[in-house]
Design a protein around this ligand. Sequence first.
Ligand code: CO
Length: 219
Amino acid sequence: MPSLPDLLSNNRQWAEGVKRRDPGFFDRLARQQAPRYLWIGCSDSRVPANEIVGLMPGELFVHRNVANIVVHSDLNCLSVLQYAVEVLRVEHIIVCGHYGCGGVEAAWKRTPLGLIDNWLRHVQEIAERHQQLFARAMTDAESADRLGELNVLEQVANVCRTTIVHDAWRRGQSVAVHGWIYKLQDGIIRDLGLSVSRADALVKEFGRALSALGGGAAT
Ligand code: CO
């Protein structure tokens, strides 16, 4: 495992490498950031947002928390969302979950972990809401992966229902919300087929994406 001084020396090497390839990079970046995308993902160390979509610093605005949850009373997440939409004027908001998510697994198995159980309760509620999508024959790992997919769809819906995104759409601002899921085993992101760019499209698009998972109930 690298030591702390190793991290600092890695940083010097990285900065020198970037400057060698593009001498004006840091000067440009220091003057302004103009990302077109907001990423809402899991804090998991195996899902580094910029890296897996091949974007450089300055190209992706990022919010991460355990199990990529968007809660209407979470001032942290809402502030990121508001700044991204109203100040940076991002055009796309991507909610990206991942298979093998420890948070989602703990929510599924109801593993007691402490304070975080309260946070993961949001994910348990999603499992309860979509009980029909969990077949008895499914293993715990399969069920947790299904719950991870459902969690992404529900969090996309939550982003769409914020006053921030609602107001943007009412102003005619172009912003689309998408649901993706990343697989640790092969490094590939799967599009869950939920993209919403208008308030009145949410219910239909959500229903369609849910049906593709084998469900059918509306959100
Ligand atoms: Co996770």
